[in-house]
Design a protein around this ligand. Structure first.
Ligand SMILES: Cc1cc2nc3c(=O)[nH]c(=O)nc-3n(C[C@H](O)[C@H](O)[C@H](O)COP(=O)(O)O)c2cc1C
Length: 180
């Protein structure tokens, strides 16, 4: 691949979303162009001005109007980080009622390499639907980070959430590139 590869970072409304700049920095250091797509709830967890200054692109959250130019280049890969219980389950079920979910649902058919770093607590993860969703997405070729759910109402697990794992999972997945 000669042109700069482009990564979509899909940000959901999880407690750790305010640290998304860490993944953007790591991706840019590896040569990716980066655009952020936030769920409508996730938008409230981000410093939009800082993220837009860092990426050089507007954060996308809502669908554009017909005829409006596409604000982002097409994606070579997608990292859903952090991913919520809600978005994981809706994505696996094929629900596309946010722009983020629409992009994720379409990514499968477009064969865009997609990796996910869920950030959920053990109480949410215990719901039977969650396990079924992970199985479904794995069958679709989606790769998952290794973060183990944290105990609810105990401060989360930000110290062991490895943002760079998204890039490690993508390593070698992009045609014509190595290490990106
Ligand atoms: C402060 C706060 C922190 C939250 N943290 C998480 C979280 O870490 N993981 C999660 O799955 N949901 C979390 N939620 C719940 C989600 O925000 C909620 O399910 C929301 O509908 C998810 O929307 P989205 O999947 O479209 O981003 C949190 C909610 C709030 C208000």
């Amino acid at each position: 691949m000669t042109a700069q590869p482009f990564l979509y970072v899909v940000v959901c409304a999880a407690g750790i979303a305010g640290e998304t700049h860490k993944l953007i920095t790591a991706a840019q250091e590896q040569g990716w162009g980066v655009g952020v797509i936030a769920t409508p709830q996730g938008l409230g967890f981000l410093d939009a001005e800082a993220i837009e200054a860092q990426t050089g692109y507007p954060i996308r959250s809502a669908w554009r109007s017909p005829g409006e130019p596409r604000p982002l280049p097409p994606a070579d890969a997608i990292a859903v980080a952090p991913a919520t219980f809600n978005t994981v389950n809706k994505w696996a079920a094929g629900i596309a009622d946010t722009l983020a979910l629409g992009i994720l649902c379409e990514a499968y058919g477009m064969e865009i390499p997609t990796v996910v770093l869920p950030y959920v607590n053990t109480a949410m993860a215990a719901h039977p639907a969650y396990g079924r969703s992970l199985d479904q997405l794995r069958k679709m070729g989606v790769l998952f980070g290794s973060y183990e759910p944290h105990r609810p109402k105990a401060g989360g697990g930000a110290d062991r959430f490895r943002w760079e794992e998204a890039l490690e999972l993508l390593d070698g997945k992009i045609a014509g590139s190595s290490g990106r």
